[in-house]
Ligand binder design. Sequence first.
Ligand SMILES: CCCCCCCC(=O)SCCNC(=O)CCNC(=O)[C@H](O)C(C)(C)COP(=O)(O)OP(=O)(O)OC[C@H]1O[C@@H](n2cnc3c(N)ncnc32)[C@H](O)[C@@H]1OP(=O)(O)O
Length: 229
Amino acid sequence: MLRTCAKRLRTLGSPLGQPGAQRRSFSSEKFIHKDYALPNPSWSKDLRLLFDQFMKKCEDGSWKRLPSYRQNFPEKIQEFQTLYLDSSLAKGEQHAQQFPRSLDVGLGFEYVMFCNDVERKVLCFLQVGPHLQGTPGFVHGGAIATMIDSTTGMCAFRAGGIVMTANLNINFRSPIPLCSVVVVDSQLDKVEGRKVFVSCNVRSVDKKTLHSEATGLFIKLDPDKSLKK
Ligand SMILES: CCCCCCCC(=O)SCCNC(=O)CCNC(=O)[C@H](O)C(C)(C)COP(=O)(O)OP(=O)(O)OC[C@H]1O[C@@H](n2cnc3c(N)ncnc32)[C@H](O)[C@@H]1OP(=O)(O)O
């Protein structure tokens, strides 16, 4: 698996595999966004197949592919700061990046999410790159938690708007081989006032191996309470 992974990365070549390549340049006049939830040469056959399969499911409108960017749109940052931060604390954070998109292409998290708002589900097809190693040959638990948080967070966001993770409970059942592809499957359980409950499992592509199970509690942010920095 690792050898295949290294081979795919070599084919990426320059400039994609180089540190700093594909960085977005920021200026208030021109903000370039690249959608990273689309196939690139680092994607394995498994990831590509899942992507193609779900793009077909999008044709009747039941499923939607969710685009994914490294940086938030400036107007969204502004809106968030205006609503939830004490104005005296609000600072421009134009150079901040979304953590799961901050590693170079093919080395970290390669993923695409699809949602089904009727079934209240978000699925993430994830290829775990060689820079996410924990125990030799396997993915770091924190990297798995990151993608569980992101996927369940997206599921909660689609139901409740702007939310933050209040509690995340994960059982790691079997290790994930580095460079493999897994499916993070999240389901909205219930919404109680500002509390959004989501559950999730992580399985191998053939569904035979259960890697992790999790539950998350997300809280819808209250515009009357400012977040402290
Ligand atoms: C699309 C985007 C995907 C992104 C995914 C990534 C998301 C993240 O990783 S967010 C980063 C990690 N999370 C954080 O840093 C959050 C830190 N915590 C906080 O800021 C606050 O505790 C926050 C905002 C969650 C809640 O604060 P606040 O709005 O004051 O809510 P609060 O009034 O305390 O609680 C509301 C309700 O939730 C309950 N609650 C809050 N926290 C918890 C908790 N940890 N466990 C159980 N219940 C809780 C309260 O008991 C209360 O219940 P009830 O209404 O029944 O009395």
